[in-house]
Design a protein around this ligand. Structure first.
Ligand SMILES: Nc1nc2c(c(=O)[nH]1)N[C@H]1C(S)=C(S)[C@@H](COP(=O)(O)OP(=O)(O)OC[C@H]3O[C@@H](n4cnc5c(=O)[nH]c(N)nc54)[C@H](O)[C@@H]3O)O[C@H]1N2
Ligand SMILES: Nc1nc2c(c(=O)[nH]1)N[C@H]1C(S)=C(S)[C@@H](COP(=O)(O)OP(=O)(O)OC[C@H]3O[C@@H](n4cnc5c(=O)[nH]c(N)nc54)[C@H](O)[C@@H]3O)O[C@H]1N2
Ligand code: SF4
Ligand SMILES: [Mo]
Length: 918
């Protein structure tokens, strides 16, 4: 079967994939053994890419034709591409003619390819001549961009993945690598195995799977990172652990920093950060010992002090000289697959191509020349609006047209009340999407169907500056088109309606677009003028590569990208979180990722086997908080911030501290709660912290149901059920089962103040057919339906009113074994099942479908054999025993033997058995 070499479209690790396909259909995917980022590995999300691209999925959820509607929220009507492109051009041209170029905006994504970005950027800045073009990288990497610029002089990540193998200390902060960058985390595991003396420090308010495996975990209070960093420097100075020669030769600004950190002794910091002083001292010593690599992500960036958190961390590298050397340096982990590429082409409102700045007149002139603008035509010097500013302008009526591509702002931006007001008020909203179910589609006037992974050509740059090719293995479904082509097609139409600036938009293919981008890097810090397209296909390359050969590490010579070549220490003051807790909002909420889901879940959410890991999005609270309030797991609660509220089930979690809470950012309404307050320098909003209140929510009408369905109807039924659920106070629907073998179905939970759509739900789940067993008590408002198949297996159930039986009924459905009792017996049963059956518990290994209960049972059985040869893991146990125990689990249950994403969870269960035995 032919295989096409490409790159994974999810996280910034940038793993190479080999896409198998036949007759225009993707049939499989495996890690590319030759790609330097992953050497053949993939995580649970990468490993299932082909399943998200299966025709049965595509047919149900993909956008395949341009769509338009007369009324927002009304029905879509198909239209031809020419008509759709003309309409975009006309509406944008009219808006510019009547209100000026800054009356239009572009909101793009770090998931676009470099070529897509380049064309949009040239369209906005070179033809419309507005800088109102920003991206979701503003929610993601912009604090890191600012941090690098302010300290190193340019947005250049100095370190590389291979440094993990050579580091003495790895300082992981604000990153749950084990879940968000799994294949890189596998490399960290390898490095620790090879060099057990290596120290891993994890700084995170939550005890994540990443934190649980660290040599030292600092569960600091949210937003106190700057204090921690300053205190670490304070200790290093006190103990003479800084590198004075390096500081003198290659930096400036140290005196001000030394003055600043004087007040931040470890003792003071211990109080502010809420961690033991000795742990701060230990972290500082290990950092100074080095070589030290730091890896960070949203826990630093998504903060109203995001830039300060970044610069105060980079300070530590500069003060110790742990930068530009093997095993050392700051390594910000990029979230999206091409957040880095977007920065290279200037895809933010203050940037221009080739790491140039809008604010710099020389840079503007250089770009005008590169783009071939006619003599006298200049780029706009007016600052563009950053992500949230675009939406604030729209809410104020200052934006006449908005073009959104490859991002889902109606879910992912903070302060959704404002975002939705903005989308409603903006007279013309174009959404360029690959999937119909994205929340933003409800607010669009026109939907342009985009080609997606495995269907488009271009390049992406990963966290270590490595440029990889993305290649088309199959044609896009229906009439979907590549993003850059859509932008170029509109640009040529706009050119006829706006004053011609001389910019050309007539590239024959993605390679031609890339060549134009390459030209813009010549002589810049990211110079790739020596690369060619064909060579990139054979070998992904790290920029800069002026002679075609990439560079692993930057600044090894101690010369930085500043005017005098010296790095600049920054001495930020500490500012606490933007919205401190108070009596009315006493809980500190943070948000973040799940292992097996990707953002708005338009792709990962189509797969039952990925949905099994997180299940129903919930508010995670410390178990003591549930006990204190007498709440049982799963009960619905209302979470409210100053901006809005959401209903969610509550779930106990040891990962969060008392008075803290966590909600997965995948939960559709989470950003009703979050704050629009942002870092004044990077303009990145504080998505990692909001003060909230949590109260019991008692909704009289409750419904839980699940059923197996025809595979080609699961996702359309899910969409129909979600639409029904919009009329309810609470609704959640997710796929169940296992691809590709099946069966597949849906599980759902609805709750409301008044009776909801019971009959419609039953019909969509096939629980209205003849032969379905029913029980109804209209007086008490309860109803039950059970469907049993010919082999006496449970095929579906619906509980309305009393839903206490839902837990075990779902287990019985999933187990697919013949019922031990007649189906009628299920109509009356309550919280306790009529017959005990082992529960599967939460899913741990998604590749082999192994649940926690099976693993615990296996560990328990082995523990009873303690003392016998080969059964010693039930006793005190040491690390060797743990390793042997893990190996046996892998051998017997196969869990953790494919992608490895569940290894941290398996190891935690193995470690946990010791505590349980004691
Ligand atoms: N599975 C999966 N992987 C992904 C993604 C996905 O959707 N799913 N998305 C990708 C993208 S775009 C991104 S940006 C990355 C994000 O990757 P990460 O940033 O690693 O993931 P998050 O879970 O958002 O947040 C990381 C941690 O920050 C912690 N944190 C909260 N407040 C603070 C604080 O004040 N200080 C510190 N030090 N830590 C704090 C949180 O407890 C959380 O564990 O993941 C990428 N990878
Ligand atoms: N509360 C909270 N909110 C957050 C975060 C958080 O940690 N907490 N994290 C923030 C961060 S770091 C990020 S990066 C954002 C991510 O937020 P979004 O950018 O909104 O996330 P996605 O769901 O990945 O959106 C990408 C969209 O593009 C569509 N798509 C897929 N492929 C293609 C394609 O090839 N072309 C086009 N045109 N469309 C395509 C997908 O269907 C999807 O709807 O969320 C941010 N929001
Ligand atoms: S770690 Fe997983 S999601 Fe990230 S690029 Fe690799 S396979 Fe894709
Ligand atoms: Mo991100």
């Amino acid at each position: 079967m032919p295989e096409t070499r490409s790159t994974c479209p999810y996280c910034g690790v940038g793993c190479g994939v080999l896409v198998a396909h036949a007759d225009g259909v993707v049939t499989g995917v495996r890690g590319d053994p030759e790609h330097p980022a992953n050497r053949g590995r993939l995580c649970s999300k990468g490993q299932t890419l082909h399943l998200t691209a299966a025709p049965v999925v595509t047919a149900q959820v993909r956008a395949t034709r341009p769509l338009r509607r007369a009324v927002r929220g009304g029905p879509w009507a198909e239209l031809g591409w020419d008509e759709a492109l003309d309409e975009v051009a006309t509406r944008f041209a009219d808006a510019v003619a009547q209100h000026g170029p800054d009356a239009v905006g572009f909101y793009l994504s770090g998931q676009l390819l470099t070529e897509d970005y380049h064309v949009f950027n040239k369209l906005a800045k070179g033809l419309v001549r507005t800088n109102n073009l920003d991206t979701n990288s503003r929610l993601c990497m912009s604090s890191a961009v600012a941090g690098y610029q302010d300290t190193l002089g340019s947005d250049a990540v100095p370190a590389c993945y291979d440094d993990l193998a050579q580091a003495g200390t790895v300082f992981v902060t604000g990153s749950n690598m084990a879940w968000a960058h799994p294949v890189l985390y596998r490399r960290l595991e390898d490095a620790r195995r090879a060099r057990p003396q290596m120290k891993v420090v994890v700084v995170d308010p939550r005890r994540t799977e990443t934190a649980a495996e660290a040599d030292l975990h600092l569960p600091i209070l949210p937003g106190t990172d700057v204090v921690l960093h300053h205190a670490m420097l304070h200790l290093m100075l006190w103990e003479g652990r800084t590198d004075a020669a390096y500081i003198a030769a290659h930096t400036r600004g140290f005196d001000a920093l030394r003055d600043r950190v004087r007040e931040f002794s470890p003792a003071v910091a211990a109080k502010v950060c809420g961690v033991p002083e000795a742990d701060i001292v230990q972290a500082a010593r290990w950092f100074a010992d080095g070589p030290t690599l730091s890896a960070w992500c949203m826990g630093l960036n998504q903060s109203h002090a995001g830039t300060d958190k970044n610069t105060s961390l980079i300070n530590l590298h500069l003060a110790t000289g742990w930068i530009g050397r093997p095993g050392a340096g700051p390594l910000s982990l990029t979230g999206q697959p091409n957040a880095m590429g977007g920065r290279e082409v200037g895809g933010l409102s203050h940037l221009l191509p080739g790491h140039r700045l809008v604010a710099d007149p020389a840079h503007r002139a250089e770009v005008a020349a590169l783009w071939g603008l006619a003599p006298g035509v200049e780029l706009s010097a007016r600052p563009g609006k950053a992500a949230l500013e675009l939406f604030e302008a729209a809410a104020d009526g200052a934006l006449q047209a908005l073009w959104i591509a490859c991002t889902n702002p109606a879910q992912s931006l903070p302060d959704q009340a404002l975002v939705r007001r903005a989308l409603e008020r903006c007279p013309f909203v174009v959404l360029q999407e690959a999937y119909l179910g994205a929340a933003t589609a409800a607010f669009a006037d026109l939907l342009l169907p985009a080609a997606s992974w495995a269907e488009k050509e271009g390049t992406v740059t990963n966290s270590e500056r490595r440029i990889s090719r993305v290649r088309a293995a199959v044609p896009p479904p229906g009439e979907a088109r590549a993003d850059w082509r859509i932008a170029a097609d509109v640009a040529r139409r706009l050119q006829r309606r706006l004053p011609d600036t001389g910019a050309r938009f007539d590239w024959p293919d993605a390679e031609a677009v890339w060549c134009e981008h390459r030209a813009a890097t010549r002589g810049r810090d990211l110079d790739i003028s020596g690369l060619d397209w064909a060579a990139l296909e054979r070998q992904p390359v790290q920029w800069p590569a002026p002679q075609g050969v990439g560079r692993e590490r930057l600044f090894g010579d101690g010369v930085f990208a500043t005017p005098d070549g010296r790095a600049c220490f920054q001495a930020p003051a500490w500012r606490p979180v933007a919205e401190p807790r108070d009596a009315r909002h006493p809980v500190a909420l943070t948000t973040g990722r799940w292992r097996d889901q990707w953002h708005g879940m338009t792709r990962t959410g189509t797969l039952a086997r990925l949905a099994a890991h997180g299940g129903e999005p919930a508010l995670e609270l410390h178990p003591q908080e549930l006990d204190r309030r007498h709440w049982s797991p799963g009960r619905l609660v209302r979470v409210s911030s100053r901006r809005g509220s959401v209903l969610l089930p509550v779930r106990p979690s040891d990962a969060v501290a008392p008075a803290q809470a966590f909600i997965a950012m995948h939960a559709p309404q989470v950003n009703r709660l979050t704050t629009p307050q942002r870092c004044p320098r990077s303009k990145q909003p504080e998505l990692k912290h909001a003060a909230v209140r949590v109260e019991a929510a008692d909704l009289p009408w409750q419904l839980e149901a699940a059923a197996w369905l025809p595979a080609d109807a699961v996702l359309t039924r899910q969409a129909a059920l979600q639409a029904l659920g919009e009329a309810c106070a609470y609704a959640h629907v997710r796929p169940i089962g296992r691809e590709p073998e099946g069966p597949l179905g849906l599980a759902l939970r609805f709750a409301h103040e008044a009776p909801g759509p019971l009959q419609a739900v039953a019909e969509l789940l096939g629980l209205d057919a003849a032969g379905v067993l029913r029980y109804e008590d209209p007086r008490r408002g309860t109803a039950r339906r059970v469907r049993v198949d010919d082999e006496r297996r449970l095929h579906g159930y619906l509980l309305c009113g009393d839903t206490a039986a839902a837990g075990w009924l779902r287990d019985w459905l999933l187990q697919q074994e013949p019922l031990p009792v007649p189906g009628r017996a299920l109509l009356a049963a309550g919280r306790v099942p009529p017959v005990e059956r082992p529960a599967a518990g939460p899913l741990v290994c998604s590749c082999h479908g192994v649940g926690e209960a099976a693993i615990r049972a296996r560990l328990h059985a082995a523990g009873e054999g303690a003392g016998e040869p080969g059964g010693g893991e039930g006793g005190e146990g040491g690390e060797d025993d743990d390793a042997a125990c893990l190996a046996r689990l892998q051998d017997e249950l196969r869990c953790g033997t494919a992608c490895g994403s569940c290894l941290p969870a398996l190891k935690a269960l193995v470690r946990g058995r010791r505590g349980a035995a004691a």
